[in-house]
Design a protein around this ligand. Structure first.
Ligand code: ADP
Ligand code: MG
Length: 148
């Protein structure tokens, strides 16, 4: 699959950058044939992934780097990659279970939302090295019915 268009940006791991990140990704995704509801879903999954990097990856240490790369493939698949270089995840499969959280004050539904609003979710993580979350969703007109 070839890349038709992409953007890539990085920012400090500060909670005030979550809305910046989700708005940037949403503005880029708007060139696809997507509805306002689709855009809201994209914003939500980006918020979940970015807040995970900030809260869990860096344990709220504000001076670390989060990188986002967003691509549109030539079949109108949107690919969003959120990357941090934080603590990483010991057991990715367990972390992705609904309601699992290492923080008792949280709901543990971030990955569940990402999975349900996107076609594909891939998490690659190395303890002590960081976490990469790759999200994909196809916006080709022929696939619209799947989300109707
Ligand atoms: N980027 C990350 N770095 C380190 N740990 C993470 C990261 N993202 C998720 N996790 C781990 O996976 C768990 C589940 O994440 P999630 O489903 O978003 O639920 P929540 O954020 O409510 O805990 C988190 O509690 C955390 O332990
Ligand atoms: Mg979360």
């Amino acid at each position: 699959m070839n890349v038709k268009n992409y953007v890539r940006f990085e920012f400090q791991s500060l909670p005030e950058n979550i809305s910046f990140a989700r708005s940037c990704v949403a503005a880029f995704a708007a060139q696809l044939d997507c509805t306002l509801d689709d855009i809201e879903e994209i914003k939500l999954v980006v918020s979940e992934a970015v807040s995970n990097s900030i809260i869990h990856g860096y344990a709220s240490n504000p001076h670390e780097k989060v990188v986002i790369a967003v691509s549109i493939m030539d079949d109108d698949t949107l690919e969003i990659i959120v990357e941090d270089y934080g603590v990483g995840i010991e057991d990715v499969e367990k972390a992705m279970e609904p309601t699992y959280s290492t923080d008792p004050s949280r709901m543990g539904l971030g990955f569940t939302f990402m999975k349900s609003f996107m076609d594909e979710l891939e998490v690659v993580s190395k303890p002590g090295k960081g976490t990469t979350v790759k999200l994909k969703r196809n916006f080709a007109v022929a696939n619209k019915e799947a989300y109707a």
